[in-house]
Design a protein around this ligand. Sequence first.
Ligand SMILES: C[S@@+](CC[C@H](N)C(=O)[O-])C[C@H]1O[C@@H](n2cnc3c(N)ncnc32)[C@H](O)[C@@H]1O
Length: 362
Amino acid sequence: MPTLEDLITSEIIANGPMRLDTYMERALLHPEFGYYQKQIPFGSKGDFVTSPEISQMFGELIGLWCVDTWAKLGAPSKFAFVEMGPGRGILMQDALRSAKLVPEFLEAAEIHLVEASDQLIKVQQERLKDHPIQWHSAFPDIPDGMPVICIGNEFLDALPIRQFQLVDGGWQEKKVTVTDDGLTFVTPPSDEADLADQLPSISECSDGDIAEISTPAREFISFLAKKIKSNRGAALFIDYGPAENALGDSFQAVQRHEYSNPLENPGGKDLTAHVHFSPLREVALSAGCAAPAIEGQGRFLERLGIEARVMQLSKNATEKQHKDIVAAHKRLVSEQEMGTLFKAFSFSSGLAAPAAGFGDAE
Ligand SMILES: C[S@@+](CC[C@H](N)C(=O)[O-])C[C@H]1O[C@@H](n2cnc3c(N)ncnc32)[C@H](O)[C@@H]1O
């Protein structure tokens, strides 16, 4: 029985070095061997823990952000409430629970989940079985003709990237090839970058520098921003990466909460890369959307009232539960943990008042 590594190796032998976005796509989403098709990677016993898995407070506050944003859109009587890459469905479950405070919001919401993994769709269906929900494997399936509120946590970082390295004063694409030692990186001298207009100016970089571009992330944000501009709506994405464009190699693999070699055992570990938020914000602005300055997750959650929620939950908590709530709060907002590395990125067709959680500047 061949492994995914065997299939990738044969493809490279037949076609030459493989682009990194193709490698990432195969490793994460191959229909039989892809990482998200084979296992449920979340939680302390899995490979990584995401914010909704750390604490219910995260999803509850995002749910309230959605209710507030819906009100600032004029409380449309019907809208598509979309989540991209919902994982185990915990964020949506917590968001819908807090949104019960405003029943009109839930009555107006037509819920759509966009998930590429058949395995995770089953988990989401079980967790969210009390709610009418439509599932899609790709974003273009979302219906047109109504406003959209779209959310996603750690979705953009799963979208494939390409890497370019500055070699002798020109950008060359980093690819994956095969040697006697297995899969390794190569920067073939003959390759010219075909995305020169998206790469940083060579005069501001030094030989050896690495720049990253995610074409699927740009295409997705462009598609969503145009949809939001024409149908009205808003989007909120939380993910990790620099607010401004930054150079460097952020392609990484995580297995059992440890970093490991991303070219070893493809399909067996999660592959991600930093999200470069400022080019994505530019894409949304150029589609005609309004977008507040990108905000750190910590400040965003503080502005949404996480401290008040900590106090409220702690009131009836046991000592152990109280300790867990305080630890989760720290993990989500502290600068040393997720508070600064993780960012909140939002855009909209225009709201009656600034989006909650962000500064006033648009
Ligand atoms: C890191 S997980 C985050 C899960 C969840 N949002 C959370 O915070 O726990 C990435 C999610 O995006 C999904 N995903 C990855 N690539 C996708 C794609 N191209 N289209 C739709 N879903 C995708 C994965 O299957 C998974 O549900």
